[in-house]
Design a protein around this ligand. Structure first.
Ligand SMILES: [Zn+2]
Ligand SMILES: [Zn+2]
Length: 137
């Protein structure tokens, strides 16, 4: 079965397809789909998936090495929206996250997902998401 809505990496220039991982756990009602880029180790979650991501944080595999890997990448475009709007950068304490201004999906560069999975990082991210993004262009 093929999915028509293939997600492409926001940051890799040659449209690297993302590999989706559905995370669920016994006794946890929610599940979450994370799309990892095999090349740059970034990770995409859809809008509204952040809460489930936090609930399931201990079950998230170090898939793609996102948690270990750190690299600074340029601004990217949305993985999910057809017209690929440019992601806006949010500063969250010591790390950062990219958000799609249109669908509100979130992109974590390699190394940015790990800090988000801690209680502190999650709280900081929720605070940041309530504020308008600072444009860096
Ligand atoms: Zn990539
Ligand atoms: Zn979008």
């Amino acid at each position: 079965m093929t999915t028509s809505a293939e997600l492409l990496c926001p940051k890799c220039c040659d449209n690297e397809p993302l590999a989706r991982h559905e995370i669920s756990a016994p006794g946890v009602a929610s599940k979450v789909t994370i799309a990892f880029c095999p090349r740059c180790r970034g990770a995409w979650i859809d809008a509204g998936a952040l809460e489930s991501l936090h609930e399931l944080r201990q079950y998230i595999p170090h898939a793609g090495g996102n948690i270990m890997w750190k690299r600074d990448l340029t601004r990217g475009v949305c993985a999910a929206c057809g017209d690929r709007p440019v992601l806006e950068r949010l500063s969250v304490g010591a790390f950062g996250v990219d958000r799609c201004p249109q669908c509100q999906g979130l992109w974590f560069d390699g190394g940015e997902l790990g800090p988000t999975l801690t209680d502190q990082g999650y709280e900081a991210l929720l605070r940041a998401l309530r504020q308008p993004a600072k444009s860096t262009t």
